[in-house]
Design a protein around this ligand. Structure first.
Ligand SMILES: C[S@@+](CC[C@H](N)C(=O)[O-])C[C@H]1O[C@@H](n2cnc3c(N)ncnc32)[C@H](O)[C@@H]1O
Length: 240
């Protein structure tokens, strides 16, 4: 079993056209609602492949995986997940922005890389907090812009992830490099302190449950990816 995610394949004229369409929609939504979107462009393929690492590298190659992607946007990371999926796998794509969710539904029918997983994929046009906790997942890939949220909001989201992640399952998420340093210079003091508290919470999670962290320079802006593994038991939310 290889530790290296597979290649994305050549960027054909069709794929280029699909990416340009995604980028236009992403930018329009980022301008409209930057707090929730948290980026100005979709993630790069390098970042998508890194986030899908523990779907490529699976504990039991014969057992299908149930995957949750949160904040799927225009499907940039979903393509990395799709490339790692095997027959029998399922993926729930959760996206709070209705424009993005409708776009994702369309991509599952038309996109050259996403239509291949359409049978096992479901789009949920709602915030993750409204998803309920009935389903269980082997891997969660989170694209939510934690740096824009309060530590209480991030804590609630992570509690939800741990509630639906099977013991031994992985949570992979990313953030941009140097956001705290940039905010220290350009943000209001209250916003800087809010983000500092959020990054302490994220660092504490990484210290407790982290199995691997990697820097992805081939992304705009460059990013770090953290992978956590859920232990058999996790402390109750308030103790974290
Ligand atoms: C940084 S973008 C990532 C988009 C895409 N995964 C990518 O990497 O290009 C964050 C996405 O999370 C979505 N989002 C924000 N808050 C959310 C929530 N509570 N539940 C589900 N999606 C949310 C936004 O609408 C946006 O599409």
């Amino acid at each position: 079993m290889s530790e290296t995610p597979g290649p994305a394949g050549p960027l054909t004229a069709l794929k280029l056209d699909e990416r340009l369409r995604d980028t236009r929609l992403f930018l329009a939504q980022a301008l409209r609602t930057f707090h929730a979107t948290g980026a100005i462009a979709p993630s790069s393929r390098a970042l998508a492949d890194a986030l899908a690492r523990y779907i490529h590298v699976r504990p039991d190659p014969d057992r299908p995986m149930n995957i949750l992607e949160v904040g799927a946007g225009t499907g940039a990371v979903t393509r990395g997940i799709a490339a790692a999926m095997r027959p029998g796998d399922t993926v729930d794509l959760v996206e709070a922005n209705p424009e993005f969710a409708a776009h994702l539904e369309g991509l599952l029918k038309t996109d050259s890389e996403l239509s291949v997983i359409a049978d096992g994929a479901s789009v949920h046009a709602k915030p993750i907090g409204e998803m309920g906790t009935d389903r269980r997942y082997d891997a969660i890939v989170s694209g939510l812009p934690f740096a824009n949220f309060t530590s209480e909001e991030v804590g609630e989201i992570v509690d939800h992830y741990f509630a639906v992640l099977r013991p031994g399952g992985t949570l992979s998420f990313y953030g941009y490099l140097y956001t705290k340093e940039v905010r220290a210079v350009i943000a209001r003091r209250s916003d800087y302190l809010r983000q500092a508290r959020t990054s302490w919470l994220v660092q504490d999670l990484v210290d407790r449950y982290g199995i691997r962290s990697e820097k992805i320079l081939a992304n705009l802006p460059p990013a770090w990816v953290h992978h956590l593994r859920r232990p058999a038991t996790v402390p109750p939310p308030r103790a974290r």
